[in-house]
Design a protein around this ligand. Structure first.
Ligand code: FES
Ligand SMILES: [Fe+2]
Length: 398
């Protein structure tokens, strides 16, 4: 008989921490850099504007040329390290505010006015390819070759007549807790009963689901069965996107597809970028309701309501019963775990199958990366397949 030696606590702690570290020198940071990630809403930078953003623990300058092309380069000037977003956008380049060094979109220094030369192109800051899609700006921050922009594409959003809106939420905790939450179908039966508000709250079912998880070419398909006529399916794409469906705003409206990317800013902060997609074929009223609602409420920031949520457990906006409320509910639970949860102290059960499946998948890929073996080549699910919906039975939004 073989005896299995339990993993030492230090080793377990290290395995768990490896899931949370996103800097360029970490294994997870290297794995995540093999994928395109959304880094901003397209509307965040207008022509000729620049802003500082932090993604995967790197400070960066996102800017748009006057002609509208977005670019992403290092956050600070190579000379004396001031922020480049305070400088001037000049064509497809940025000029530093301090002594006028100019950098092109590859991050090469192309001019140093006070040195009377044409720059030092070998003096470089970072420069990353970007791609606009579905109202978001994506970037690839890894090594060459740059993968084709394909895995993040969502066939349903590309259907003729689909109406898209975006959302963004900034959460002050580690990205992996949010990824785990998307693979935790059981939480829906509880957390989305907290602060129950309006018809949406009343419609959420509290039946505990039977769970099933299947690895797909793109990631993990999650199936939660609460009854024969209530089967919730979501498609999660490696490493950080979840596709779910949620009921429309009125019973007569079609269900909405939601695509959520959970992007680490650093190890303690995460931005959730959303595409909400109303399928083609609905009525004009449905479309107007959808557009108006997401224009108004698509950018709810639960972290900005920290005190009212934690101290008063209050929900102060009864008109917004959907995006804001479900984000607030998830935020209470996930932020309540701490900024980085201590996984060595958890006690998991059968209903945590999704979380265990997810961690194993990441550990498998991280082990391959460490051993210099090829990691899995994930492929998007290309069919524009609708997830099942059950009119009249509302489910959670996240
Ligand atoms: S710090 Fe940018 S040019 Fe000197
Ligand atoms: Fe949720």
């Amino acid at each position: 008989m073989t005896t299995v030696t339990p993993m030492a606590l230090d080793e377990r702690a290290e395995r768990f921490l490896a899931l949370t570290k996103t800097g360029p020198d970490t294994d997870m940071g290297k794995l995540l850099r093999r994928f395109w990630h959304p880094v901003a809403l397209a509307s965040d930078v207008g022509p000729g504007e620049a802003k500082t953003i932090t993604i995967l623990s790197e400070e960066l300058t996102l800017y748009r040329s006057q002609s509208g092309t977005p670019h992403l380069i290092g956050g600070r000037c190579a000379h004396r390290r001031t922020l480049l977003s305070t400088g001037w956008v000049d064509g497809d380049t940025v000029r530093c505010i301090y002594h006028g060094w100019r950098f092109d979109s590859s991050g090469a220094c192309v001019e140093r006015p006070a040195e009377v030369d044409t720059g030092m192109p070998r003096t470089r800051i970072a420069g990353y390819p970007v791609y606009e899609y579905g109202g978001l700006i994506f970037a690839y921050m890894g090594e060459a070759p740059v993968p084709e922009f394909d895995l993040p594409r969502k066939a349903l959003t590309e259907l003729e007549g689909a109406v898209l809106r975006n959302g963004v939420e900034r959460w002050d905790n580690n990205w992996f807790q949010q990824i785990e939450n998307s693979m935790d179908a059981t939480h829906v039966s509880f957390v989305h009963h907290a602060l129950k508000v309006g018809p949406f709250g009343a419609a959420v079912t509290n039946a505990v689901p039977k769970l099933e998880y299947q690895e797909t070419p793109a990631g993990i398909r999650q199936i939660g069965r609460r009854a024969d006529n209530n089967v919730r399916v979501s498609d999660w794409t490696f490493p950080n996107n979840n596709h779910i469906t949620v009921p429309g705003l009125k019973p007569e409206d079609p269900w909405i597809d939601v695509f959520v990317w959970m992007v680490p800013n650093d190890d303690l902060n995460t931005t959730r970028f959303m595409i909400y997609s109303l399928p083609p074929g609905g009525s004009e009223e449905s479309r107007q309701r959808f557009e108006q609602y997401f224009d108004t409420y698509g950018k709810y920031d639960p972290a900005a309501h920290h005190d009212e949520l934690f101290a008063m457990r209050e929900w102060n906006n009864p008109d917004d019963m959907f995006v804001g409320l479900t984000a607030a509910q998830d935020y209470l639970a996930i932020r309540g775990q701490g900024r980085i949860v201590d996984r060595t102290k958890e006690v998991l059960g059968r209903s945590d199958l999704g979380i265990v499946t997810l961690r194993k998948l990441f550990w498998r890929e991280l082990d391959k990366l460490r051993n210099g073996e090829p990691t899995k080549e994930w492929r998007r699910l290309t069919e524009a397949e609708r997830l099942p919906t059950q009119p009249g039975l509302a489910q959670s939004a996240a």
